[in-house]
Design a protein around this ligand. Structure first.
Ligand SMILES: [Zn+2]
Length: 183
């Protein structure tokens, strides 16, 4: 298995990787990006609180509205990521891993500090969204615009893992920064 294929596969379990690392910090979200010409895969993983301000199953009309709006927004890819036009990319796949699907037991909740004073049934919920693009000219991928940091101002810090033909790189963007240079 090539290192790139392995990386692509690993991308599809960032949630479990995050779980393993114990990452669920409000204000912090993770973005994984793999460039394997002609494919570009982007995974966004975030505490739900960063996206809609709460992490419980929507309990009233206003929360239902926010939850449905979020799902709609996460499918408006241009409002989240903008790849350079020269790269000639087209979205080929979107996968949203949503909590609260089906029965309450199916929601993905975890306690990130079982033994703390927050143990009293204060569940946390993450959301993960995956996007796959096909790009005719990946050489033109010099940067990635991230309007998602304007759409979701509660994300104070975006931790980024990049795997490109030039290797593996880590970056951090903070609120207000929306342009990521790609190595
Ligand atoms: Zn939480």
């Amino acid at each position: 298995m090539s290192v790139w294929l392995f990386a692509l596969l690993a991308l599809f379990w960032p949630f479990s990787l995050s779980m393993a690392a114990g990452v669920h910090q409000h204000g912090v979200a993770q973005l994984d990006m793999v460039v394997e010409p002609p494919l570009v895969a982007i995974g966004l993983s975030s505490p739900l609180a960063n996206l809609i301000g709460f992490e419980h199953r929507p309990a009233n009309a206003a929360e239902q509205q926010a939850w449905h709006q979020l799902q709609s927004d996460l499918r408006q890819v241009s409002q989240l990521f903008a790849l350079p036009t020269d790269a000639d990319c087209s979205l080929s796949q979107v996968n949203l891993h949503l909590p609260f699907a089906g029965t309450p037991a199916a929601s993905h909740e975890h306690h990130h500090d079982e033994h703390s004073k927050h143990q009293d049934a204060h569940a946390h919920t993450d959301l993960m969204a995956e996007y796959q693009f096909l790009c005719a000219n990946t050489d033109a991928l010099r940067h990635l615009e991230l309007p998602l940091l304007q759409r979701f101002p509660a994300i104070e810090q975006l931790q980024i893992q990049l795997i490109t033909p030039s290797g593996q790189h880590s970056r951090t963007l903070h609120a207000g920064e929306t342009r990521l240079s790609l190595p």
